[in-house]
Design a protein around this ligand. Structure first.
Ligand code: AZA
Length: 281
């Protein structure tokens, strides 16, 4: 909390509070008066309003979440006024607007992806805590949460100068994420997410750092349950396959039926900064 708004928390001095209800009204009015896209621009307009209107407000933190409304295709033609919610994916923007500059982070969240092959994970530490088998072919699935953090903008007018760059960066980051996920024979989530970061840094020169947070959403063939085997005393050879039913084979090369694992699963994170990899770009 800033020094100037601290008395509202410590001494119940509401004279420094801009009511949350007024904030809500401000969002509606600014949305009527200004463009709301790209979200980076609208976040900067809103934040600038707060720091310019209230001398004691030093930073306005704005978060915008954009949901996917995709136009319906009816009888092969785009419908003029009907849309559907196209998945849980969102485009997110966070702006910290100060009197002397604007920091913007743009991102994608909730993009659920799965590939049925073209992913491996082996060579990792094996010790008395390890049950995960080494695999050279696995299902890879994750819920993409990615953000790219822009160099500080000096003012709202610097954000306005950059308007065309925001949609392009989002399109590029989304395409890079999907293409790398789809085409690469991934040796690990760690390495694949690093490659995504370096490509986004190369595609968007105004971005300084890129973050990914990817949960590992495991799908195991029925017959391979490391989580179950871990509760059985060694040797860890316990398996529940389908052979009990007329000798059905569903492991290794015969695997066709897989079950998603409800967790807990790993969450793998990375931040790559341009300054760390400049020589490689
Ligand atoms: N990285 C992966 O790609 N897969 C995994 C990991 C990991 O660190 N841990 N379990 N499965």
């Amino acid at each position: 909390m800033s020094k100037l708004t601290r008395p509202s928390y410590t001494r119940a001095d509401n004279s420094v509070v801009v009511a949350t209800d007024s904030m809500k009204n401000t969002v509606y009015i600014k949305a009527k008066e200004h463009p709301v896209t790209p979200p980076e621009l609208f976040a900067s307009i809103l934040g600038t309003h707060f720091v310019e209107t209230y001398p004691h407000i030093t930073t306005a933190n704005i978060k915008i979440i954009t949901h996917r409304w995709t136009r319906m295709t009816i009888d092969g033609k785009p419908h003029p006024h009907s849309f559907y919610r196209d998945g849980a994916e969102t485009r997110n923007v966070e702006a910290a607007v100060r009197k002397d500059g604007i920091d913007i982070s743009s991102g994608i969240a909730g993009l659920l992806v799965l590939k049925s092959t073209g992913s491996q994970f082996h060579g990792f530490v094996r010790d008395e805590y390890t049950t995960l088998p080494e695999v050279r072919d696995r299902i890879l699935s994750t819920d993409v949460d990615s953000s790219w953090n822009w160099k500080t903008f000096s003012s709202l007018s610097a954000v306005k100068d950059a308007i065309p760059k925001f949609d392009k960066a989002w399109t590029d980051a989304r395409a890079i994420t999907m293409k790398t996920f789809a085409e690469e024979n991934s040796p690990s989530v760690q390495n694949t997410m690093y490659k995504m970061c370096t490509q986004i840094l190369a595609a968007v020169p105004e971005v300084e750092t890129v973050d990914y947070a990817l949960p590992n959403k495991h799908y195991f063939e029925i017959g391979m349950f490391p989580c179950l085997s871990s509760i059985i005393e060694p040797p860890l050879t316990f398996s529940v396959d389908l052979s009990w039913h007329k000798g059905l084979k569903n492991t290794g090369k015969d695997a066709e039926v897989y079950a998603p694992q409800s967790g807990p699963n790993g969450l793998i994170k990375v931040t790559v900064a341009r300054s760390q990899i400049t020589s490689k770009l």
